[in-house]
Design a protein around this ligand. Sequence first.
Ligand code: FAD
Ligand code: NAG
Ligand code: NAG
Ligand code: NAG
Ligand code: NAG
Ligand code: NAG
Ligand code: NAG
Ligand code: NAG
Ligand code: NAG
Ligand code: NAG
Length: 489
Amino acid sequence: MKMIFSYATVSIVLSSVVGIGFAAELAKNPICILISKTVSNATGVFFPGSPEYIAGISHYANLSSTQISKCVVEPGNAQDVSRVLKFVGTARIPFAVKGGGHATNPKFSSTTGVHIAMSRFSEITYNNSSKTVKVGAGLVWDDVYAALEPHDVKVAGGRVTGIGVAGFTLGGGYSWLGNQHGLAIDAVLEFELVTPNGTVLTVSQSSNPDLFFGLKGGQNNFGIVTSFTLQTFPGAQVWGGSRIFDGSQTQLLAAATIAFTTNVTDPKAAIITDYMTRFGQPLASVLVFYDGKTPPPGIFDSFLAIPAVISDVKTRSFLSLIQSSGDLPHNQRAIYGAISPLKFTQALSDVILNETLFWSAQLSSKSAMTIAYAIEPFLPSVYSQNTTPTAYPPNRSLGFLPFNIYYSWNVSAFDDDFHSAARQSSARIRDAAITEGQADVARAPLYPNYAIFDTPLEDIYGENLPKLRALKAKVDPFNVMGLAGGFKL
Ligand SMILES: Cc1cc2nc3c(=O)[nH]c(=O)nc-3n(C[C@H](O)[C@H](O)[C@H](O)COP(=O)(O)OP(=O)(O)OC[C@H]3O[C@@H](n4cnc5c(N)ncnc54)[C@H](O)[C@@H]3O)c2cc1C
Ligand SMILES: *[C@@H]1O[C@H](CO)[C@@H](O)[C@H](O)[C@H]1NC(C)=O
Ligand SMILES: *[C@@H]1O[C@H](CO)[C@@H](O)[C@H](O)[C@H]1NC(C)=O
Ligand SMILES: *[C@@H]1O[C@H](CO)[C@@H](O)[C@H](O)[C@H]1NC(C)=O
Ligand SMILES: *[C@@H]1O[C@H](CO)[C@@H](O)[C@H](O)[C@H]1NC(C)=O
Ligand SMILES: *[C@@H]1O[C@H](CO)[C@@H](O)[C@H](O)[C@H]1NC(C)=O
Ligand SMILES: *[C@@H]1O[C@H](CO)[C@@H](O)[C@H](O)[C@H]1NC(C)=O
Ligand SMILES: *[C@@H]1O[C@H](CO)[C@@H](O)[C@H](O)[C@H]1NC(C)=O
Ligand SMILES: *[C@@H]1O[C@H](CO)[C@@H](O)[C@H](O)[C@H]1NC(C)=O
Ligand SMILES: *[C@@H]1O[C@H](CO)[C@@H](O)[C@H](O)[C@H]1NC(C)=O
């Protein structure tokens, strides 16, 4: 069967179905009108100016991750996702798939074509007998944590507010539970997937091991996921929160962070340390977490002893914990850079702090807002909780730490400066780690959800790349998913 029809063929076929009088509508916004005639009444199609359209195209980095699409399609069920995918795939129309909209890479979940917003996939069904939960691909983690709280369970999801279930999970997913339960993908039991040819599949280890492997880190290369069935973990009450310090406390925070990474092996304990400037002002922060109502004495003392400007640390619900750090304004452009160090040392800390201040100064006249470097210590066991291979990381024998550089600004003329700075600064930190003896950093994979958009796929998927490319060729022979942005296999 020849799959690639011309757009004209599609229009003629569909026009004959929907009848005369349609020509005028069709001329105005042909693609979206045709889609609206193709889908069931469970699905909404929205045009510029409507509130649903604005919400649909919005992002966390709203100034750089959002594009003006022809319309927003909110599919209401997997069958309609299938219809839309067949339509855009056949007519070769660029499209986007958006979950929580937290991609910082431009064009990864936006398009000038057909913008598919997954927001109507909002099911949360907890199974008390299997302790699993089925969650829709349009949810953000906040919704999931809130719904699971009455059952006194939680899932391995986002560590701060607002992150989408779908993009987070399909990229790997570093959660507060990583040291105990691995990556978010390690807790996925089943995906419901609409494949690029429009087939609705339930993908599990037993039903479809190749796709089950590929979806665990392979992002949007294999189709559109409509739901995830996740393992839950006990205890919705936890301890932790955020502390923000004046920049003068950064060395104390560095010492506490190094001591934590050197000495703390309790898998229930986790932190994220940030060196940053905001509008040029040096700051530092730490998010602390303990999976229990009270941490054992000692573990967090040094963090709590540093005088803080703002402190919000207590026993609380898992939802309240991830909302503790608040949310930055979304009227920003943003980019992430990724590095994967093996450990956090004083020498590396010095380099990272210097990078923070150096690039803050370099970029201050270029509309810089936040310049932040996040140290995310995990035990090497984060990768050994699961023995089933996953697309990411390609090799679980190396206990590397995800690490990101985050820059935000608001003037588009400076995009290249910030992108270039993120690349240069990542390279400098990576080289410094190698120079100080962390030779394996040279082969440690980069986290796809942090890697900048032009990162070579070899640096993300490593030894898995040939297998992933073969799977992609088999599942998506007409490269339908190539019409959507992202790291493309
Ligand atoms: C403030 C902030 C905090 C973060 N914290 C963490 C963290 O703690 N741990 C961590 O691991 N990462 C974290 N990240 C990174 C985060 O995992 C990625 O940004 C992730 O892509 C967000 O998913 P999303 O659904 O919100 O994004 P979106 O922008 O909606 O989507 C991201 C990608 O996934 C694809 N996609 C979305 N939905 C689907 C679907 N249903 N089917 C197929 N493909 C789909 C999109 O096409 C796009 O390519 C953070 C990011 C930000 C901005
Ligand atoms: C949607 O379609 C179904 C079946 O085709 C019908 O039963 C239902 O009433 C419709 N709903 C609305 C709101 O039009
Ligand atoms: C859920 O299952 C547990 C046993 O695993 C049981 O004690 C509890 O009563 C059940 N809750 C509900 C609401 O059925
Ligand atoms: C809940 O889980 C149990 C045990 O795995 C299973 O037998 C049952 O079918 C599940 N219930 C639903 C509604 O899926
Ligand atoms: C780790 O703990 C040991 C024993 O308490 C202590 O001597 C050492 O200084 C600690 N390491 C760091 C980096 O704090
Ligand atoms: C994104 O920007 C648009 C246009 O300014 C605005 O209407 C929308 O509310 C913004 N979305 C977010 C999440 O800030
Ligand atoms: C700080 O970083 C800049 C840019 O990477 C570099 O040129 C400079 O030598 C560094 N300074 C120190 C003291 O390391
Ligand atoms: C992972 O890396 C180690 C060390 O380089 C190597 O021995 C091993 O074969 C690799 N594993 C896989 C699955 O490629
Ligand atoms: C960028 O932010 C600054 C400071 O908040 C503001 O004055 C300016 O208008 C913004 N510019 C754009 C293009 O959004
Ligand atoms: C559609 O894709 C599925 C999954 O890859 C495959 O099993 C099926 O044969 C394909 N159907 C057609 C008509 O190509």
